[in-house]
Design a protein around this ligand. Structure first.
Ligand SMILES: [Zn+2]
Ligand SMILES: [Zn+2]
Length: 169
């Protein structure tokens, strides 16, 4: 077992223990909730309780979490599988979260800092349409003709993700 996986397991166990003994159902402070709500509203969308809870969890997690780990951590809250799936898709699409595949091809989610997606390359799956954040910086710009000014580089790698190629169960 990887040290990182071990740490996440330990963190989840601690978090769940805290949640079960806490007087209030949430361990997050009101100020933290408020900033998560603002982050979501800034995208022009509604800050639904499910979006707020999941993003809050991703922001306090010490490492990227799998969907299963997120499900476990939020098990005490009425959040069904389909809702969680939709919330995660929405968070990635709106740039608030990253989705990446670890060395085993397991998808992991983490909170994104503002503008962070511009600092790495993305992989778009042609089968399921999901976008993944790669641990790779975008390529450097080529020399531009005189008088050209570059505002940004967009590079999407395309292909099939681990789930679609059947590489992970
Ligand atoms: Zn990204
Ligand atoms: Zn796919």
């Amino acid at each position: 077992m990887h040290l990182q996986q071990y740490c996440i397991g330990l963190w989840l166990a601690l978090k769940m223990a805290t949640m079960m003994t806490a007087v209030t159902p949430s361990v997050e402070t009101p100020a933290e909730t408020e900033s998560v709500v603002l982050l979501i509203r800034r995208t022009g969308s509604r800050a639904t309780p499910a979006r707020v809870r999941v993003l809050q969890l991703l922001r306090v997690a010490p490492a990227a979490l799998t969907r299963h780990e997120i499900e476990q951590a939020l098990a005490d809250q009425a959040l069904d599988r389909v809702t969680l799936y939709r919330v995660l898709e929405w968070l990635v699409e709106s740039g608030l979260a990253h989705r990446s595949a670890d060395a085993q091809g397991v998808f992991r989610f983490s909170a994104a800092a503002a503008g962070e997606h511009a600092a790495h390359t993305h992989f778009r799956c042609e089968d399921c349409g999901r976008v993944f954040c790669l641990d790779a910086a975008p390529p450097a710009a080529p020399n531009l003709p005189e008088g050209f000014s570059l505002s940004r580089i967009e590079l999407d790698l395309r292909g099939r993700c681990a789930e679609c190629t059947g590489a992970c169960r």
